[in-house]
Design a protein around this ligand. Structure first.
Ligand SMILES: [Zn+2]
Length: 95
């Protein structure tokens, strides 16, 4: 499998933890405690995205409108696509 540029950049900033399977983010961290990365959007413009959002789009697919990505492992810095799932911020009362 050949990796896209975004996938490669995400992997450069992540450390795979053999104990829990998490890919822990070592790049920039936002005030919210989540990782963040600058990626090109569909229009080719650079903008900040949360690392888990970028990882979801890079490894799984485009994020549907209005939905966000959260970690099923509750590790805010994890970007392992297998630990990511979509949630609807309107319907769910998360923290
Ligand atoms: Zn994880």
């Amino acid at each position: 499998m050949s990796l896209t540029r975004v996938q490669q950049r995400l992997l450069v900033y992540a450390t795979k933890n053999p104990d829990n399977g998490c890919w822990e983010w070592n790049g920039q961290i936002a005030n919210s405690g989540y990782g963040r990365i600058k990626v090109k959007d569909h229009h080719g413009e650079l903008r900040m995205q949360s690392a888990q959002h970028a990882s979801y789009e890079a490894f799984i697919g485009p994020l549907p409108d209005g939905l966000l990505v959260k970690q099923t492992c509750n590790n805010r810095l994890c970007i392992n696509p297998e630990h990511l799932e979509l949630f609807d911020p309107v319907k769910s009362c998360s923290v």
